[in-house]
Design a protein around this ligand. Structure first.
Ligand code: AR6
Length: 170
């Protein structure tokens, strides 16, 4: 089955999808950017599950490039899939970790049976990944994932991010 890749400019917390991907950090305990917005709008149930994950499977935190699901709380979705993007580095090529965030998030989505999944532009905010390059890595990883998800929706916060993804999709 082919996965439709769609683009929307807007706020990921306003999307109605089966799963919303969060650009989290290893602590899973919240942050700024998308992470802050998801916890604010999703309410305390998400953080409760994140704390439980830290107390069990992920005592040392969620490693970069991996993904884990929790409830979506009050968001219009069933799950939030938390993934940890790599911090951009000019000296070291961390592209494989950014691709892994997309693959692992979709693997979890497949396990859950999610059919629609919204992704932010992982690592392009606080973690400073250049947008064009992040768009290339994200779109390629989704295309090559073999996921059963029917729609992968990239939700881009501003015009610049939208343009970078639109250029990549052609
Ligand atoms: N909806 C969609 N996209 C958004 C939203 C939103 N509500 N808010 C911001 N963006 P960032 P990162 C865009 O910084 O670079 C957090 O503190 C934003 O414009 O959220 O992966 C975590 O806890 C940018 O294009 O994530 C980590 O510590 C993109 O989302 C760290 O930041 C990603 O920006 C992760 O950094």
């Amino acid at each position: 089955m082919t996965t439709a890749i769609t683009l929307v400019q807007g706020d990921i917390t306003r999307q109605r999808v089966d799963a919303i991907v969060n650009a989290a950090n290893s602590s899973l305990l919240g942050g700024s950017g998308v992470d802050g917005a998801i916890h604010r709008r999703g309410g305390p149930a998400i953080l409760r599950e994140c704390r439980a994950l830290r107390a069990s499977r992920y005592g040392r935190g969620l490693p970069t490039g991996r993904a884990v699901a929790t409830t979506a709380g009050e968001l219009d979705a069933r799950w939030v899939i938390h993934t940890v993007g790599p911090v951009w580095s000019a000296d070291e090529d961390r592209s494989e970790l950014l691709a892994s965030c997309h693959r692992e998030s979709l693997r979890i989505a497949d396990e859950l049976g999610a059919r629609t999944v919204a992704f932010p532009a992982i690592s392009t905010g606080v973690y400073r990944w250049p947008l064009q390059d992040a768009a290339r890595i994200a779109v390629t990883a989704v295309r090559e994932s073999g996921t059963r998800v029917e729609e992968v929706r990239f939700v881009l916060f501003d015009e610049r991010a939208y343009a970078a993804f639109a250029a990549r999709l052609g």
